[in-house]
Design a protein around this ligand. Structure first.
Ligand code: ADP
Ligand code: ZN
Length: 218
């Protein structure tokens, strides 16, 4: 089973992907998390990627696609994979189809999370992530039990650099509108898109929402 999460920044893609992975024993592949891990480890890939991420630009396709291709190869024996943050433009989507077709695989479902634009910026500003386990929180919608401390692992919660930089936020939203949003139609034509519009629900009742997704998928 291969599932893609689509949706603007801060809509709960990572949260939903995390819950679905846990509920079904699937593997979550978040390109943003892989980049951030490389940045904090100071790898060559991280140094290169950070040039783009810090500005809110997309990391070039050749870097991103080969990174995902490698990861998919490592995961070839897994029964389920959720891609969270990839593909993000048409080029990546077409390349992904090719990579999967070569393995005799295909994308089974695309879950598209929709959120009104006004909410998105607030969500990004209120987002906090665990510096250890990468769990995501929202100060207003989904706060941790103890402020500043991760419920899951006790790690310190931090603000992502690209979530506190106004220019980076603006760039990311523009890229989402022009490059990522068209993917919804690309996949709708294939008839594999599931739309979830009430993203409030994702924050408050995420476990239930994910069970609903599974009903639609099975
Ligand atoms: P968000 O959902 O808030 O954009 P992500 O963690 O998905 O956050 O991504 C953070 C940053 O990593 C992006 O702004 C972009 O610079 C880079 N990135 C993540 N995925 C991709 C991708 N598929 N292609 C190019 N760049 C990516
Ligand atoms: Zn944690």
């Amino acid at each position: 089973m291969i599932i893609i999460m689509l949706g603007a920044q801060g809509t709960g893609k990572g949260t939903v992907a995390g819950i679905l992975s846990k509920q079904n024993n699937w593997i979550q592949v978040s390109t943003g998390d892989i980049f951030r891990e490389n940045i904090s480890n100071g790898t060559e890939l991280g140094i290169e990627a950070n040039k783009y991420i810090s500005k809110g630009a997309l990391v070039p396709d050749e870097i991103t696609i080969s990174m995902v291709e490698k990861r998919l190869e490592e995961l070839k024996n897994e029964k389920g994979i959720i891609l969270d943050g990839f593909p993000r433009n048409l080029e990546q989507a077409k390349k992904l189809d090719e990579i999967l077709a070569n393995k005799g695989e295909k994308i089974d479902w695309v879950i598209n999370l929709e959120t009104p634009r006004e909410e998105i910026i607030e969500r990004m500003l209120n987002r906090r992530v665990c510096s250890k386990c990468k769990a995501t929180y929202n100060l207003k919608l989904h706060p941790s039990k103890v402020p500043g401390i991760c419920d899951e692992c006790g790690g310190e919660l931090v603000t992502r650099a690209d979530d506190s930089d106004a220019d980076a936020i603006k760039n990311r939203l523009e890229i989402y509108d022009t490059q990522t949003k068209p993917l919804v139609d690309f996949y709708k034509e294939k008839g594999i898109v599931i739309v979830e519009e009430i993203s409030e629900r994702i924050n408050r009742f995420a476990d239930d929402a994910c069970k609903d997704f599974m009903q639609k998928i099975k």
